[in-house]
Design a protein around this ligand. Structure first.
Ligand code: TYC
Length: 110
């Protein structure tokens, strides 16, 4: 794949052209991993519900991730473009707060 715009330069054919490389305007969105953190108080069923509601998982997948987090301390809920990941983190933390659970969620660059 060609990167950079090789057509956009100053070469007028006179042999004195200064070649300028223009940066491509379009970048791939960087991907961010959303992580769920374990705690001692949030009920397991609540975590399973959160994974279904905000990450579109079926009950089986959600239970599997929840148990992984419960046992290992942290787990991957999915990888998303920055703004989607940020929204999911906020949604999880807000929903947990409203239900008075300390469940925490964070994100890291993939
Ligand atoms: N450790 C919690 C409990 O024993 C369950 C739990 C799982 C909490 C995953 C948070 O991200 C979490 N009730």
């Amino acid at each position: 794949m060609m990167s950079g715009d090789d057509h956009n330069n100053d070469d007028d054919g006179a042999g004195t052209g200064v070649v300028t490389k223009i940066k491509p305007k379009v970048k791939k969105p960087s991907l961010w991993r959303v992580l769920l953190l374990n705690d001692d108080y949030t009920p397991m069923e609540f975590v399973v519900f959160v994974l279904q509601r905000f990450f579109g998982m079926d009950e089986q997948a959600a239970a599997q991730i929840m148990l992984h987090v419960h046992q290992k301390g942290v787990g991957n809920c999915g990888v998303f473009p920055y703004e989607i990941a940020e929204t999911k983190v906020s949604q999880v933390i807000d929903f947990a707060r409203k239900n008075q659970h300390p469940l925490q969620c964070t994100m890291e660059k993939e």
